[in-house]
Ligand binder design. Structure first.
Ligand code: FES
Length: 217
């Protein structure tokens, strides 16, 4: 794979053709629709625009070739992925809002490993409240550490059927595991560990290479 193999979310609808609410809905649908790609479930049609800009070969991905992601169009509160970008594993790239960045700094005794002590899933560079190089951008392997389902992103702070005091994060519908906005697992759910942090590095503010640098997955 060459360094020019860049994946982005540049196939979003033209904002001028939609009112703001419509655009946001379309945009959210696109980003979340991309979740169908690697999880093997969901709305296949929504993944097509995403796949159109996907160029690395399956063999290169399986061998763990680095994959470059353009996140320039990702907005606070949104998630790109899962992107099949690391040894065939789905990757989540999350752009946290400022409130979420601040919230993650608070002590939280509902988490199983709030300090990310388990080095098997958190490399040194990500041993911080966000589990990431940059506080606002989180990069995680999108596989539940229970039995490997792909958790769903619920980024809003609002009561959810699975948690009336939901603060945003990921919910695995398979057996009910929950993770916060840094991929830290909640106590008492089937998943034993936080979502793994893959190797990655930023080559600019808006371009990240998955599969290079220090990581665990
Ligand atoms: S695979 Fe996620 S809770 Fe079981």
């Amino acid at each position: 794979m060459s360094s020019s193999d860049t994946i982005g979310n540049g196939d979003l609808p033209d904002p001028k053709s939609l009112n703001r609410e419509g655009f946001n809905k379309q945009r959210r649908y696109f980003l979340i629709g991309a979740t169908a790609v690697a999880g093997g479930v969901g709305v296949a049609g929504a993944a097509v625009p995403f796949l159109a800009s996907w160029s690395p070969s399956a063999k290169a991905r399986a061998l763990g070739a680095p994959v470059t992601l353009d996140i320039s169009k990702l907005r606070p509160g949104e998630m790109l992925g899962p992107v099949p970008a690391w040894r065939g594993k789905p990757i989540f790239v999350l752009y946290r809002e400022e409130e979420a960045v601040e919230r993650l700094k608070a002590e939280n005794d509902t988490l199983a490993d709030p300090g990310s002590e388990n080095a098997e899933v958190t490399p040194d560079f990500a041993r911080n409240p966000w589990r990431s190089e940059r506080p606002e951008i989180g990069v995680y392997v999108g596989l539940c550490t229970h039995l490997g389902c792909s958790p769903k992103y619920y980024g809003e702070v609002k009561p959810e059927p699975f948690d009336p005091e939901w603060q945003g994060g990921f919910f695995c519908p398979c057996h009910g595991s929950r993770f916060d906005m840094a991929g830290r697992v909640v106590k008492g759910v089937p998943a034993p560990d936080n979502l793994p942090v893959p190797p990655y590095r930023f080559v600019s503010d808006s371009v990240v290479v998955i599969g290079e640098g220090e990581g665990t997955a």
